[in-house]
Design a protein. Structure first.
Length: 171
């Protein structure tokens, strides 16, 4: 179950015209996906090699501007038992820094098994092992965003139950 970090305030719905950027954050690469303006589909973007924190933040900021996205959905690698290990804590720190650096709303979204599902889908589609390795991050980000979009449609009008970092002052 995704966690709620802003228990006293629910974030405003994402503006319909604003796209949503999803990031599957790895140690060496970032899988990326982008919603359509109506928040119906998720399309993969080219996977980005990670450099350092400053360059990663600037790169994401440029993507947000280029694609007119105002929300980032960041994969939250929670352990299967629901606990938060070092990778989840890293994602939480990254989300807070990203919200501060970009001014975008950053939503942590449970990413358990997205990479496993991505590998299975590509294997079932006949994609070879070497090619799967090159595309798994993009596919994981696409699945992450598609799950988020489906949840948003199902929960329309009922609020959110996932982690949110909203850089808006006073909220």
């Amino acid at each position: 179950v995704p966690m709620e970090l802003n228990a006293n305030s629910m974030p405003a719905p994402v503006p319909t015209r604003a796209r949503i950027l999803a990031i599957d954050l790895g140690e060496r690469r970032m899988g990326l996906a982008l919603s359509d303006p109506l928040h119906i589909t998720a399309q993969g973007l080219p996977t980005a090699e990670r450099r350092n924190k400053r360059e990663d933040m600037n790169f994401i900021k440029s993507l947000l501007k280029k694609h007119e996205a105002s929300v980032v959905v960041l994969g939250h690698p929670i352990n299967m038992d629901g606990s938060h290990g070092p990778r989840a804590e890293h994602a939480e720190r990254f989300a807070a820094s990203l919200a501060k650096h970009t001014g975008a709303r950053v939503e942590l979204w449970d990413e358990r098994l997205t990479s496993v599902e991505a590998n299975h889908l590509m294997r079932d589609a006949g994609v070879g092992h070497q090619q799967r390795g090159k595309n798994v991050d993009q596919m994981a980000a696409t699945l992450l965003l598609q799950n988020y979009l489906e949840s948003e449609r199902m929960k329309a009008g009922t609020g959110f139950d996932h982690a949110t970092f909203d850089p808006s002052p006073g909220e």
